[in-house]
Design a protein around this ligand. Structure first.
Ligand code: ZN
Length: 243
């Protein structure tokens, strides 16, 4: 890894327009399970239902009680802390090098680490709104109301998390793609790029250096300047250590 690491350090030093695109593998290093991995959540049935059924818009509207039982048991990790990857990226942003983080994670750990420009493609468990009057609820407030998740106005409170059958937010997509199109270096990490639209996002990159950090191979490895089959946190921590 040493030669590659030196090369990565040079790239990070020379670039002031870096974008990071991250998947579940960034959060697993903070002990948040990867929903889609072979041992992950999506393989396990819950009361006879598949996770895809439960985490769908239809199911949420029909059975919010069971949805929230599942959601707070399997998808919300309020005690999780930023790991070395989150901290390294926050450092790169504060140095003016990293221009944006595009993430598929919903756990807010980039912001907790201090990152400012974070595009959350799948939303965030920390934002919750009444579907009728749009009043904001913190995740703690929602948790305390999970058996009766209704606003004072009578509306149902919904997390700002993209469920199955729902579209990604178009403004977030536009801003993410704009950042990727304009980047000189793109770091893709913790994603196997199998789930759309994640994979297609990376195809918008026109810059010079594509860096992939993922424990498993991806179909874009052959186009990358550098590929690390290692922990995202280990690689990024080493790379920014002396910067
Ligand atoms: Zn309301």
């Amino acid at each position: 890894m040493n030669n590659k690491l030196e090369k990565l350090k040079e790239i990070l030093k020379s670039c002031d327009n870096i974008v990071f695109f991250g998947g579940a593998g960034v959060s697993t290093e903070s002990n948040i399970p990867d929903f889609r991995s072979s041992s992950g959540l999506y393989q396990t049935k819950y009361e006879g239902l598949s996770p895809e059924e439960i985490i769908s818009h239809t199911f949420f509207m029909r059975n919010n009680k069971m949805f929230y039982d599942y959601y707070f048991e399997k998808m919300v990790y309020l005690d999780a802390l930023p790991n070395k990857a989150h901290l390294a990226l926050a450092k790169l942003e504060s140095m003016g090098k990293l221009k944006a983080i595009v993430t598929q994670n919903i756990d807010n750990l980039h912001q907790l680490a201090g990152s400012k420009k974070v595009y959350e493609l799948h939303g965030s468990v920390h934002r919750n709104y009444c579907m009728k009057c749009h009043k904001f609820y913190s995740v703690e407030e929602l948790l305390s109301k999970k058996d009766h998740p209704y606003c004072d106005c009578g509306g149902l409170i919904k997390p700002d998390v993209v469920l199955y059958e729902e579209q990604l937010d178009s403004k977030t997509i536009d801003e993410s793609l704009k950042a990727i199109v304009n980047a000189k270096a793109l770091i893709v990490a913790g994603t196997s790029l199998l789930v759309q639209p994640a994979a297609s996002f990376v195809s918008y990159f026109r810059g010079q250096y594509l860096i992939i950090i993922n424990k498993e191979k991806t179909h874009l490895d052959k186009y990358a300047t550098l590929v690390f089959y290692e922990s995202v946190g280990d690689v990024l921590d080493e790379a920014v250590k002396e910067m």
